[in-house]
Design a protein around this ligand. Structure first.
Ligand SMILES: Nc1ncnc2c1ncn2[C@@H]1O[C@H](COP(=O)(O)OP(=O)(O)O)[C@@H](O)[C@H]1O
Length: 320
């Protein structure tokens, strides 16, 4: 009986260890493999459990690199098993020991079946799991919108100090690019704005550790939104829009005040009135579109910086 077991691939396979944590360990690389696009072939393989020939320790079945196979001889020498020094060719093998070993193997076999069953069930669910994982791994984006001077930059600065967000200011990115000497894009910038090709995608990709983004002053018109959808659809998740709402007069006053020290040439009354008009005509409809999707958190931005930030905090903490 025992020599039969010794040759039995099921038992040889079953005797490799450790029993319980291996499948858990094995799953992570397989998920990785799946994420890397290797497909489901590994998990979908029919487990050759009851094959009489060939090793049960098929690495593909166990989803890990080959593990040491313990032969029946070795298992007999493991603590809690029959004593060592037992020769497989021994003809004087005690029946009790043989039967005990068989039961032991049988129990382990049923455990292995349970594990394989679990793996099979998991393999059926894996596409969904992988889909959820990839959804969870997408960068999360919060658009920050409002008129010029509504306090978007000021509030983003506070958010970045208190929460793990990366701030991308559309205006700053564009101003930076325009002013960069030798910028290939200086000439093209208006076309880029129009087509929504602002360097968001590259900027967001540049550091994979960055996961949550505040994109301030974008999308400011239908073209931007279209461009975003074309380039970023499926690659990032727009969680919601923070809309800093405040009257045009307050916006203009704040920007004129800012202009005294910011050095921004566009912070003058004439330019501001035009920007306010553009904001009302082009950006408000974008906010309304997101409002219809239930994604807008409107904040009264005419209050003090602290009061506004208290609302922002509430929103961020309730949205996770
Ligand atoms: N809640 C506020 N109350 C008063 N002044 C503010 C407030 N928020 C911002 N400011 C000031 O208004 C100016 C414009 O703010 P900023 O954050 O740059 O606006 P935006 O980024 O929306 O154009 C800045 O000088 C800033 O210090």
């Amino acid at each position: 009986m025992r020599s039969g077991l010794h040759r039995h691939p099921v038992c040889d396979g079953l005797l490799s260890s450790p029993w319980y944590f291996r499948p858990a360990v094995a799953l992570s690389p397989s998920i990785l493999v799946l994420l890397l696009g290797e497909g489901m072939s590994v998990l979908k393989r029919e487990p050759p459990l009851l094959h009489r020939e060939g090793p049960l320790n098929d690495p593909e079945l166990l989803l890990t690199p080959p593990l040491p196979i313990l032969s029946i001889d070795k298992i007999f020498s493991l603590p809690g098993h029959a004593p060592t020094g037992h020769s497989s060719s021994s003809s004087a093998e005690p029946t009790t020991r043989g039967r005990w070993s068989f039961i032991d193997c049988f129990l382990r076999l049923s455990e292995q079946f349970m594990v394989v069953g679990l793996l099979q069930r998991l393999s059926e669910k894996l596409p969904r799991v992988v889909h959820r994982l990839s959804e969870m791994m997408k960068p999360q984006v919060v658009f920050v919108l409002g008129g010029p001077g509504a306090g978007k930059g000021t509030q983003c600065e506070r958010i970045v100090k208190n929460y793990s967000y990366t701030h991308l200011s559309a205006g700053d990115l564009l101003r930076e690019e325009r002013s960069r000497t030798g910028s290939e894009f200086g000439q093209l910038i208006d076309t880029y704005i129009k087509e929504g090709k602002i360097a968001m995608e590259e900027t967001m990709k540049s550091d994979e550790k960055k996961f949550r983004f505040l994109i301030d002053g974008f999308p400011r018109n239908q073209d931007n939104l279209q461009g975003w959808n074309n380039v970023m659809d499926g690659k990032a998740d727009v969680k919601f829009v923070l809309f800093f709402d405040c009257s045009s007069e307050v916006c203009i006053d704040r920007c004129l005040e800012r202009g005294k020290s910011s050095g921004r040439t566009d912070d003058n009354r004439e330019s501001l009135e035009k920007r306010i008009q553009t904001y009302l005509q082009s950006t408000r409809p974008i906010i309304e579109q997101y409002e219809q999707q239930g994604k807008v958190h409107k904040i009264d931005a005419s209050r003090s910086v602290d009061e506004v930030f208290a609302d922002v905090k509430n929103i961020l903490e309730n949205q996770g």
